[in-house]
Structures are given as C-alpha cells and as structure tokens.
Design a binder for this molecule. Structure first.
Ligand SMILES: [Zn+2]
Length: 73
C-alpha cells in the first residue's frame, strides 16, 4: 500500500458503501472502450473507486451502451 489514505473520522476504518457505477471512456488503439468502475463513499466523506457494483437499472446505461455499440459491423 503506497497510497496514503486519510484516517477515517467516524470509525476505526473506512466503511465503504457503494454509491453508483461510473463509466470512463478510454480511447484505445482500436477504438473506444468503456471501463465501468464503482464509486464508493464512506460516511466521513472519503471516496474511492472500486469494482463495479450493482445498481438499479438506469436507462442512461442503455444510451451509453448504444453509443458504445455505434459503428459495429
Ligand atoms: Zn471513513
């Protein structure tokens, strides 16, 4: 663990709660890829990115998926 994380102010350790998924568009050599990451937040206010989590179906995801699939043969 090289990255410093602030000590949690509401407990002994941060208690990460899944907030939402976020999608990062990444331009690669062969097109555009999407990396879905999960946003987690502690009650103390700290945030971190982690594995993509579950969330209620969001119609916006369909839009993103449609845009990502654009240009496919
Ligand atoms: Zn915390």
């Amino acid at each position: 663990m090289s990255s410093k994380t602030k000590q949690c102010t509401v407990g002994a350790r941060h208690k990460w709660q899944f907030v939402k998924n976020t999608t990062n568009a990444q331009a690669g050599g062969r097109g555009i890829g999407f990396a879905v990451r999960g946003v987690y937040r502690c009650k103390c206010g700290q945030k971190k990115l982690g594995d993509a989590g579950h969330e209620a179906h969001n119609p916006l995801n369909d839009l993103v998926a449609a845009m990502a699939g654009e240009g496919k043969p």
